[in-house]
Design a protein around this ligand. Structure first.
Ligand code: ADP
Length: 446
Protein backbone atom coordinates (compact mmCIF):
# COMPACT_ATOMS: atom_id res chain seq x y z
CA UNK A 1 0.00 0.00 0.00
CA UNK A 2 1.10 3.58 -0.62
CA UNK A 3 2.60 5.51 2.26
CA UNK A 4 1.97 9.04 0.99
CA UNK A 5 -0.54 10.25 -1.60
CA UNK A 6 -0.44 13.70 -3.15
CA UNK A 7 -3.93 14.94 -4.01
CA UNK A 8 -3.71 17.00 -7.20
CA UNK A 9 -7.00 18.79 -6.74
CA UNK A 10 -8.96 21.18 -4.53
CA UNK A 11 -12.38 21.72 -2.92
CA UNK A 12 -14.81 18.98 -1.93
CA UNK A 13 -13.11 16.35 -4.06
CA UNK A 14 -9.69 16.89 -2.46
CA UNK A 15 -11.34 16.46 0.95
CA UNK A 16 -13.19 13.37 -0.23
CA UNK A 17 -9.94 11.70 -1.34
CA UNK A 18 -8.18 12.79 1.83
CA UNK A 19 -10.80 11.00 3.95
CA UNK A 20 -10.29 7.65 2.22
CA UNK A 21 -6.51 8.01 2.50
CA UNK A 22 -6.77 8.68 6.24
CA UNK A 23 -8.93 5.61 6.73
CA UNK A 24 -6.31 3.57 4.91
CA UNK A 25 -3.64 5.18 7.15
CA UNK A 26 -1.96 6.81 4.16
CA UNK A 27 -0.30 10.20 4.68
CA UNK A 28 -1.82 12.98 2.58
CA UNK A 29 -0.29 15.92 0.79
CA UNK A 30 -2.45 18.82 -0.37
CA UNK A 31 -1.38 21.10 -3.16
CA UNK A 32 -2.86 24.55 -3.48
CA UNK A 33 -2.69 27.82 -5.33
CA UNK A 34 -2.06 31.08 -3.49
CA UNK A 35 -5.86 31.67 -3.64
CA UNK A 36 -6.50 28.46 -1.68
CA UNK A 37 -4.05 28.86 1.23
CA UNK A 38 -6.95 28.81 3.73
CA UNK A 39 -8.84 25.96 2.07
CA UNK A 40 -10.11 23.07 4.13
CA UNK A 41 -8.16 20.45 2.18
CA UNK A 42 -4.97 22.34 2.99
CA UNK A 43 -5.84 22.55 6.70
CA UNK A 44 -6.63 18.85 7.00
CA UNK A 45 -3.80 17.31 4.97
CA UNK A 46 -0.66 16.08 6.72
CA UNK A 47 1.45 18.31 4.49
CA UNK A 48 0.75 20.96 1.92
CA UNK A 49 2.67 22.59 -0.89
CA UNK A 50 1.82 25.86 -2.62
CA UNK A 51 2.27 25.18 -6.31
CA UNK A 52 1.57 28.53 -7.90
CA UNK A 53 -0.61 31.59 -8.43
CA UNK A 54 -4.42 31.44 -8.57
CA UNK A 55 -5.03 30.81 -12.25
CA UNK A 56 -5.36 27.04 -12.70
CA UNK A 57 -3.01 26.99 -15.71
CA UNK A 58 -0.31 28.15 -13.29
CA UNK A 59 -1.30 25.91 -10.36
CA UNK A 60 -3.68 22.92 -10.56
CA UNK A 61 -2.78 22.34 -14.21
CA UNK A 62 0.92 23.10 -13.79
CA UNK A 63 2.50 19.68 -14.32
CA UNK A 64 6.14 20.59 -13.51
CA UNK A 65 5.09 22.24 -10.22
CA UNK A 66 2.95 19.26 -9.21
CA UNK A 67 5.68 16.73 -10.00
CA UNK A 68 8.25 18.84 -8.13
CA UNK A 69 5.92 19.01 -5.13
CA UNK A 70 5.43 15.22 -5.18
CA UNK A 71 9.17 14.66 -5.30
CA UNK A 72 9.82 17.21 -2.59
CA UNK A 73 7.51 15.48 -0.12
CA UNK A 74 8.31 11.93 -1.27
CA UNK A 75 4.79 11.00 -2.39
CA UNK A 76 4.55 7.52 -3.90
CA UNK A 77 1.20 8.12 -5.63
CA UNK A 78 -0.84 11.00 -7.03
CA UNK A 79 -4.64 11.06 -7.02
CA UNK A 80 -5.80 13.51 -9.70
CA UNK A 81 -9.40 13.80 -8.45
CA UNK A 82 -12.02 15.08 -10.88
CA UNK A 83 -11.47 17.67 -13.64
CA UNK A 84 -8.08 19.41 -13.90
CA UNK A 85 -5.51 16.71 -14.88
CA UNK A 86 -7.64 13.68 -14.06
CA UNK A 87 -8.04 12.54 -17.68
CA UNK A 88 -4.77 13.92 -18.99
CA UNK A 89 -2.73 11.03 -20.44
CA UNK A 90 0.36 13.22 -20.74
CA UNK A 91 0.23 13.99 -17.02
CA UNK A 92 -0.27 10.32 -16.14
CA UNK A 93 2.73 9.39 -18.30
CA UNK A 94 4.93 11.99 -16.63
CA UNK A 95 3.80 10.87 -13.17
CA UNK A 96 4.66 7.25 -13.96
CA UNK A 97 8.00 8.26 -15.50
CA UNK A 98 8.93 9.73 -12.11
CA UNK A 99 8.25 6.39 -10.41
CA UNK A 100 5.10 7.73 -8.84
CA UNK A 101 1.81 5.85 -9.29
CA UNK A 102 -0.99 7.67 -11.09
CA UNK A 103 -4.20 6.60 -9.34
CA UNK A 104 -6.37 5.96 -12.38
CA UNK A 105 -6.67 3.78 -15.45
CA UNK A 106 -4.01 2.73 -17.96
CA UNK A 107 -2.52 5.46 -20.17
CA UNK A 108 -3.88 3.82 -23.35
CA UNK A 109 -7.40 4.10 -22.00
CA UNK A 110 -6.96 7.72 -20.95
CA UNK A 111 -5.77 8.40 -24.48
CA UNK A 112 -8.49 6.61 -26.40
CA UNK A 113 -11.40 7.83 -24.27
CA UNK A 114 -9.97 11.37 -24.19
CA UNK A 115 -10.65 11.58 -27.91
CA UNK A 116 -14.39 11.16 -28.40
CA UNK A 117 -14.10 9.99 -31.99
CA UNK A 118 -11.56 7.33 -31.06
CA UNK A 119 -13.80 6.44 -28.13
CA UNK A 120 -16.76 5.89 -30.43
CA UNK A 121 -14.67 3.73 -32.76
CA UNK A 122 -13.56 1.64 -29.81
CA UNK A 123 -17.07 1.47 -28.32
CA UNK A 124 -18.32 0.17 -31.64
CA UNK A 125 -15.66 -2.56 -31.63
CA UNK A 126 -16.63 -3.42 -28.07
CA UNK A 127 -20.25 -3.94 -29.06
CA UNK A 128 -21.74 -0.79 -27.53
CA UNK A 129 -24.63 0.79 -29.49
CA UNK A 130 -23.79 4.27 -30.84
CA UNK A 131 -25.76 7.42 -31.60
CA UNK A 132 -25.83 7.60 -35.43
CA UNK A 133 -23.15 10.05 -36.56
CA UNK A 134 -20.00 10.80 -38.50
CA UNK A 135 -17.29 8.15 -38.35
CA UNK A 136 -14.40 10.62 -38.15
CA UNK A 137 -13.46 14.28 -37.69
CA UNK A 138 -15.40 16.70 -39.90
CA UNK A 139 -12.77 18.72 -41.72
CA UNK A 140 -14.77 21.16 -43.82
CA UNK A 141 -18.13 22.84 -44.01
CA UNK A 142 -18.93 20.85 -47.15
CA UNK A 143 -18.27 17.64 -45.29
CA UNK A 144 -20.43 18.89 -42.41
CA UNK A 145 -23.30 19.59 -44.85
CA UNK A 146 -22.93 16.17 -46.42
CA UNK A 147 -22.91 14.34 -43.06
CA UNK A 148 -25.76 16.40 -41.62
CA UNK A 149 -27.95 15.68 -44.65
CA UNK A 150 -27.14 12.01 -44.36
CA UNK A 151 -27.95 11.87 -40.63
CA UNK A 152 -30.96 14.18 -40.86
CA UNK A 153 -31.66 17.32 -38.79
CA UNK A 154 -31.62 18.13 -35.93
CA UNK A 155 -27.95 17.31 -35.50
CA UNK A 156 -25.42 18.00 -32.77
CA UNK A 157 -21.90 19.22 -33.47
CA UNK A 158 -19.59 17.93 -30.74
CA UNK A 159 -15.97 18.63 -29.84
CA UNK A 160 -13.69 15.64 -30.15
CA UNK A 161 -11.79 16.78 -27.06
CA UNK A 162 -15.10 17.75 -25.39
CA UNK A 163 -16.09 17.85 -21.76
CA UNK A 164 -18.53 19.78 -19.58
CA UNK A 165 -20.84 20.35 -22.55
CA UNK A 166 -18.36 22.77 -24.16
CA UNK A 167 -18.02 23.02 -27.94
CA UNK A 168 -21.45 21.47 -28.41
CA UNK A 169 -23.97 23.04 -30.81
CA UNK A 170 -27.44 21.84 -31.69
CA UNK A 171 -28.42 22.60 -35.30
CA UNK A 172 -32.14 22.35 -36.08
CA UNK A 173 -31.98 23.56 -39.61
CA UNK A 174 -29.62 23.51 -42.61
CA UNK A 175 -29.41 27.30 -42.72
CA UNK A 176 -27.79 27.43 -39.26
CA UNK A 177 -25.12 24.84 -39.97
CA UNK A 178 -22.36 27.22 -41.08
CA UNK A 179 -22.59 29.50 -38.03
CA UNK A 180 -22.81 26.60 -35.61
CA UNK A 181 -19.93 24.74 -37.26
CA UNK A 182 -17.65 27.77 -36.95
CA UNK A 183 -18.70 28.58 -33.40
CA UNK A 184 -18.37 24.93 -32.22
CA UNK A 185 -14.82 24.89 -33.61
CA UNK A 186 -13.97 28.25 -32.01
CA UNK A 187 -15.41 27.25 -28.64
CA UNK A 188 -13.57 23.97 -28.74
CA UNK A 189 -10.26 25.61 -29.66
CA UNK A 190 -10.66 28.09 -26.79
CA UNK A 191 -11.60 25.41 -24.23
CA UNK A 192 -9.36 22.51 -25.26
CA UNK A 193 -6.72 23.91 -27.64
CA UNK A 194 -8.14 21.56 -30.30
CA UNK A 195 -10.83 22.42 -32.82
CA UNK A 196 -11.71 18.94 -34.08
CA UNK A 197 -15.44 18.33 -34.20
CA UNK A 198 -17.79 15.56 -35.29
CA UNK A 199 -21.53 15.27 -35.86
CA UNK A 200 -24.18 13.16 -34.17
CA UNK A 201 -27.92 12.79 -34.57
CA UNK A 202 -29.50 15.04 -31.94
CA UNK A 203 -31.85 12.81 -30.00
CA UNK A 204 -35.10 14.60 -29.23
CA UNK A 205 -35.95 13.52 -25.70
CA UNK A 206 -33.36 11.16 -24.23
CA UNK A 207 -32.46 10.49 -20.63
CA UNK A 208 -28.82 10.36 -19.53
CA UNK A 209 -28.06 7.04 -17.86
CA UNK A 210 -24.53 5.93 -16.98
CA UNK A 211 -22.96 2.83 -15.48
CA UNK A 212 -20.21 2.85 -12.84
CA UNK A 213 -17.67 0.14 -13.44
CA UNK A 214 -14.62 -0.85 -11.43
CA UNK A 215 -11.85 -3.17 -12.57
CA UNK A 216 -8.58 -4.43 -11.11
CA UNK A 217 -5.25 -5.31 -12.73
CA UNK A 218 -6.20 -8.98 -12.98
CA UNK A 219 -9.11 -8.76 -15.39
CA UNK A 220 -11.89 -8.65 -12.76
CA UNK A 221 -14.57 -6.10 -13.61
CA UNK A 222 -17.77 -5.39 -11.71
CA UNK A 223 -20.48 -2.77 -12.28
CA UNK A 224 -21.90 -0.80 -9.38
CA UNK A 225 -25.24 -0.06 -10.98
CA UNK A 226 -26.45 2.89 -12.99
CA UNK A 227 -27.00 6.56 -12.27
CA UNK A 228 -29.56 8.73 -13.97
CA UNK A 229 -28.26 12.24 -14.66
CA UNK A 230 -30.94 13.73 -16.92
CA UNK A 231 -31.57 16.90 -14.94
CA UNK A 232 -29.11 19.17 -16.68
CA UNK A 233 -28.53 22.73 -17.78
CA UNK A 234 -26.16 23.60 -20.64
CA UNK A 235 -25.53 19.85 -21.04
CA UNK A 236 -24.14 19.76 -17.49
CA UNK A 237 -25.58 17.61 -14.73
CA UNK A 238 -27.22 19.34 -11.78
CA UNK A 239 -29.17 16.50 -10.07
CA UNK A 240 -28.32 12.81 -10.24
CA UNK A 241 -30.09 9.78 -8.85
CA UNK A 242 -29.42 6.08 -8.39
CA UNK A 243 -30.90 3.74 -9.34
CA UNK A 244 -32.57 5.09 -12.49
CA UNK A 245 -36.27 5.56 -11.71
CA UNK A 246 -37.40 4.39 -15.16
CA UNK A 247 -35.47 1.25 -16.08
CA UNK A 248 -36.93 -2.19 -15.46
CA UNK A 249 -34.86 -4.68 -13.45
CA UNK A 250 -34.14 -6.51 -16.69
CA UNK A 251 -32.95 -3.34 -18.46
CA UNK A 252 -30.70 -2.51 -15.51
CA UNK A 253 -29.15 -5.94 -15.59
CA UNK A 254 -28.65 -5.87 -19.35
CA UNK A 255 -27.07 -2.43 -19.19
CA UNK A 256 -24.73 -3.43 -16.36
CA UNK A 257 -23.68 -6.56 -18.23
CA UNK A 258 -23.12 -4.60 -21.43
CA UNK A 259 -20.81 -2.18 -19.61
CA UNK A 260 -18.90 -4.97 -17.86
CA UNK A 261 -18.47 -6.91 -21.07
CA UNK A 262 -17.06 -3.83 -22.85
CA UNK A 263 -14.70 -3.03 -19.96
CA UNK A 264 -13.47 -6.63 -19.81
CA UNK A 265 -12.81 -6.75 -23.54
CA UNK A 266 -10.65 -3.64 -23.32
CA UNK A 267 -8.94 -4.87 -20.12
CA UNK A 268 -9.99 -1.72 -18.32
CA UNK A 269 -8.65 -1.03 -14.84
CA UNK A 270 -9.68 1.31 -12.06
CA UNK A 271 -12.87 3.40 -12.02
CA UNK A 272 -14.76 4.19 -15.19
CA UNK A 273 -18.16 5.47 -16.17
CA UNK A 274 -19.79 4.46 -19.42
CA UNK A 275 -22.36 7.08 -20.37
CA UNK A 276 -25.43 6.39 -22.49
CA UNK A 277 -28.46 8.24 -23.75
CA UNK A 278 -31.70 6.30 -23.39
CA UNK A 279 -34.64 6.93 -25.66
CA UNK A 280 -37.53 4.74 -26.86
CA UNK A 281 -36.18 1.87 -24.76
CA UNK A 282 -32.82 1.93 -26.55
CA UNK A 283 -29.38 2.82 -25.22
CA UNK A 284 -26.78 4.82 -27.15
CA UNK A 285 -23.16 5.14 -25.99
CA UNK A 286 -21.97 8.76 -25.79
CA UNK A 287 -18.68 8.61 -23.90
CA UNK A 288 -16.61 6.93 -21.24
CA UNK A 289 -15.13 8.91 -18.37
CA UNK A 290 -11.85 7.44 -17.16
CA UNK A 291 -11.93 8.84 -13.63
CA UNK A 292 -13.93 9.34 -10.47
CA UNK A 293 -17.20 11.20 -11.14
CA UNK A 294 -18.67 14.14 -9.24
CA UNK A 295 -21.80 12.04 -8.70
CA UNK A 296 -19.99 9.00 -7.26
CA UNK A 297 -21.56 9.47 -3.76
CA UNK A 298 -24.98 8.27 -4.91
CA UNK A 299 -23.43 4.98 -5.98
CA UNK A 300 -21.65 4.81 -2.63
CA UNK A 301 -24.98 5.39 -0.90
CA UNK A 302 -26.80 2.52 -2.62
CA UNK A 303 -23.89 0.04 -2.53
CA UNK A 304 -22.28 0.91 0.82
CA UNK A 305 -18.87 0.90 -0.90
CA UNK A 306 -16.15 3.55 -0.58
CA UNK A 307 -15.31 3.97 -4.26
CA UNK A 308 -12.21 6.09 -3.68
CA UNK A 309 -10.84 3.45 -1.34
CA UNK A 310 -11.38 0.84 -4.08
CA UNK A 311 -9.58 3.08 -6.52
CA UNK A 312 -6.55 3.41 -4.27
CA UNK A 313 -6.49 -0.33 -3.51
CA UNK A 314 -6.63 -1.21 -7.21
CA UNK A 315 -3.80 1.18 -8.08
CA UNK A 316 -1.67 -0.33 -5.34
CA UNK A 317 -2.12 -3.73 -6.99
CA UNK A 318 -4.85 -5.28 -4.82
CA UNK A 319 -7.47 -7.57 -6.31
CA UNK A 320 -11.11 -6.52 -6.18
CA UNK A 321 -12.43 -7.82 -2.87
CA UNK A 322 -15.93 -8.49 -4.26
CA UNK A 323 -17.62 -10.18 -7.19
CA UNK A 324 -20.71 -9.04 -9.07
CA UNK A 325 -22.95 -11.25 -6.97
CA UNK A 326 -21.67 -9.59 -3.78
CA UNK A 327 -22.93 -6.18 -4.89
CA UNK A 328 -26.34 -5.45 -3.41
CA UNK A 329 -28.27 -2.25 -3.99
CA UNK A 330 -30.08 -0.60 -1.07
CA UNK A 331 -32.76 2.08 -1.38
CA UNK A 332 -32.46 5.22 -3.43
CA UNK A 333 -30.06 8.17 -3.49
CA UNK A 334 -30.18 11.67 -5.00
CA UNK A 335 -27.41 14.26 -5.25
CA UNK A 336 -27.94 18.00 -5.67
CA UNK A 337 -24.99 19.98 -6.94
CA UNK A 338 -24.93 23.33 -5.19
CA UNK A 339 -23.14 25.91 -7.27
CA UNK A 340 -22.30 29.49 -6.36
CA UNK A 341 -24.22 30.88 -9.31
CA UNK A 342 -27.19 32.98 -10.15
CA UNK A 343 -29.87 30.25 -10.18
CA UNK A 344 -31.51 31.46 -13.40
CA UNK A 345 -28.61 32.68 -15.52
CA UNK A 346 -25.97 30.30 -14.06
CA UNK A 347 -23.42 33.10 -14.00
CA UNK A 348 -20.86 32.33 -11.24
CA UNK A 349 -21.17 34.39 -8.09
CA UNK A 350 -17.93 34.21 -6.12
CA UNK A 351 -17.80 36.06 -2.78
CA UNK A 352 -17.55 35.58 0.97
CA UNK A 353 -19.82 33.07 2.67
CA UNK A 354 -20.75 34.62 6.00
CA UNK A 355 -23.09 31.81 7.07
CA UNK A 356 -22.90 28.13 6.27
CA UNK A 357 -25.08 25.55 7.93
CA UNK A 358 -24.99 22.02 6.51
CA UNK A 359 -28.05 19.82 7.04
CA UNK A 360 -27.69 16.58 8.96
CA UNK A 361 -29.41 13.41 10.07
CA UNK A 362 -29.58 9.83 8.95
CA UNK A 363 -28.88 9.33 5.25
CA UNK A 364 -27.74 12.94 4.71
CA UNK A 365 -24.23 13.63 3.44
CA UNK A 366 -22.66 16.96 2.51
CA UNK A 367 -19.39 16.93 0.57
CA UNK A 368 -18.01 20.43 0.65
CA UNK A 369 -14.91 22.43 1.43
CA UNK A 370 -16.72 25.62 2.43
CA UNK A 371 -17.19 27.09 5.92
CA UNK A 372 -18.56 30.31 7.45
CA UNK A 373 -16.10 33.05 6.52
CA UNK A 374 -14.87 31.19 3.43
CA UNK A 375 -14.10 33.29 0.39
CA UNK A 376 -15.05 31.56 -2.87
CA UNK A 377 -12.22 32.27 -5.29
CA UNK A 378 -13.36 33.42 -8.75
CA UNK A 379 -10.83 31.24 -10.56
CA UNK A 380 -12.35 27.77 -10.38
CA UNK A 381 -15.48 25.71 -10.89
CA UNK A 382 -18.53 27.16 -9.13
CA UNK A 383 -19.48 23.85 -7.44
CA UNK A 384 -19.24 24.57 -3.71
CA UNK A 385 -21.18 21.71 -2.11
CA UNK A 386 -22.86 18.44 -2.92
CA UNK A 387 -25.86 17.36 -0.93
CA UNK A 388 -26.38 13.61 -1.12
CA UNK A 389 -29.40 11.96 0.47
CA UNK A 390 -30.21 8.28 0.80
CA UNK A 391 -33.65 6.86 1.59
CA UNK A 392 -35.41 3.50 1.76
CA UNK A 393 -37.02 4.14 -1.62
CA UNK A 394 -37.35 7.05 -4.06
CA UNK A 395 -40.27 8.75 -2.31
CA UNK A 396 -38.58 8.50 1.08
CA UNK A 397 -35.38 9.88 -0.44
CA UNK A 398 -37.26 12.85 -1.93
CA UNK A 399 -38.94 13.66 1.40
CA UNK A 400 -35.62 13.48 3.21
CA UNK A 401 -33.90 15.60 0.55
CA UNK A 402 -36.60 18.30 0.75
CA UNK A 403 -36.05 18.59 4.48
CA UNK A 404 -32.26 18.66 4.06
CA UNK A 405 -32.54 21.45 1.48
CA UNK A 406 -34.69 23.44 3.91
CA UNK A 407 -32.07 23.05 6.64
CA UNK A 408 -29.14 24.07 4.46
CA UNK A 409 -27.98 27.68 4.77
CA UNK A 410 -25.39 29.27 2.48
CA UNK A 411 -25.46 33.06 2.74
CA UNK A 412 -25.22 35.64 1.23
CA UNK A 413 -23.82 34.53 -2.15
CA UNK A 414 -26.41 33.47 -4.74
CA UNK A 415 -26.46 29.70 -5.16
CA UNK A 416 -28.54 27.04 -6.91
CA UNK A 417 -30.01 25.97 -3.53
CA UNK A 418 -33.40 27.65 -4.22
CA UNK A 419 -33.57 26.10 -7.67
CA UNK A 420 -33.08 22.64 -6.15
CA UNK A 421 -35.95 23.27 -3.71
CA UNK A 422 -38.21 24.24 -6.60
CA UNK A 423 -37.20 21.22 -8.66
CA UNK A 424 -37.87 18.88 -5.73
CA UNK A 425 -41.33 20.41 -5.29
CA UNK A 426 -42.20 19.85 -8.95
CA UNK A 427 -44.62 17.07 -9.84
CA UNK A 428 -42.49 15.92 -12.79
CA UNK A 429 -39.60 15.35 -10.38
CA UNK A 430 -41.92 13.49 -8.07
CA UNK A 431 -42.92 11.12 -10.86
CA UNK A 432 -39.49 11.08 -12.56
CA UNK A 433 -41.13 12.40 -15.70
CA UNK A 434 -38.12 14.26 -17.10
CA UNK A 435 -35.52 14.06 -19.85
CA UNK A 436 -32.29 15.98 -20.54
CA UNK A 437 -34.20 19.05 -21.76
CA UNK A 438 -36.78 19.12 -19.00
CA UNK A 439 -35.05 21.66 -16.78
CA UNK A 440 -34.37 24.15 -19.55
CA UNK A 441 -37.61 23.73 -21.51
CA UNK A 442 -40.28 23.31 -18.89
CA UNK A 443 -38.87 24.73 -15.75
CA UNK A 444 -36.36 27.53 -16.14
CA UNK A 445 -38.61 29.25 -18.65
CA UNK A 446 -41.58 29.24 -16.26
P1 ADP B 1 -19.43 16.23 -22.37
O1 ADP B 1 -18.23 15.34 -22.40
O2 ADP B 1 -19.18 17.60 -22.90
O3 ADP B 1 -20.12 16.21 -21.05
P2 ADP B 1 -21.31 14.25 -23.45
O4 ADP B 1 -21.09 13.53 -24.72
O5 ADP B 1 -21.07 13.48 -22.17
O6 ADP B 1 -20.44 15.59 -23.45
O7 ADP B 1 -22.78 14.83 -23.42
C1 ADP B 1 -23.23 15.70 -22.39
C2 ADP B 1 -24.72 15.88 -22.50
O8 ADP B 1 -25.07 16.43 -23.78
C3 ADP B 1 -25.51 14.57 -22.43
O9 ADP B 1 -25.75 14.19 -21.10
C4 ADP B 1 -26.78 14.99 -23.14
O10 ADP B 1 -27.58 15.79 -22.30
C5 ADP B 1 -26.28 15.87 -24.25
N1 ADP B 1 -26.03 15.09 -25.48
C6 ADP B 1 -24.88 14.54 -25.89
N2 ADP B 1 -25.03 13.89 -27.07
C7 ADP B 1 -26.32 14.03 -27.43
C8 ADP B 1 -27.12 13.61 -28.57
N3 ADP B 1 -26.58 12.93 -29.57
N4 ADP B 1 -28.43 13.95 -28.59
C9 ADP B 1 -28.99 14.68 -27.58
N5 ADP B 1 -28.29 15.12 -26.51
C10 ADP B 1 -26.99 14.81 -26.42
Amino acid sequence: MFSKVLIANRGDIALRILRSCKELEIKTVAIHSTADSDAMHVRLADESVCIGPPHSSKSYLNIPSIITAAQLVGADAIHPGVGFLSENANFAEIVNAHNITFIGPKIEHLKVMGDKIQAKIMANQLGLPLVPGSKSVILSLDEARFEADKIGYPILIKASAGGGGKGMKVVDDKKDLENSFVSAKNESRAAFGNDEVYIEKYLSNPRHIEVQIVGDKYGNVVHLGERECSIQRNHQKIIEEAPSPVLSEQEKENLGNLAVSAAKKMKYENLGTIEFLYQDEKFYFIEMNTRLQVEHPITEAITGLDIVREQIMISSGKKLSFKQENIKFFGHSIECRINAEDPMTFVPSPGIISQFHPPGGLGVRVDSGIYSGYQIPPFYDSLIAKLIVHGDDRQHCIRRLKQALKEMIIEPVPTTLELHKQILDNEDMNTANYDIKWLENNFLSK
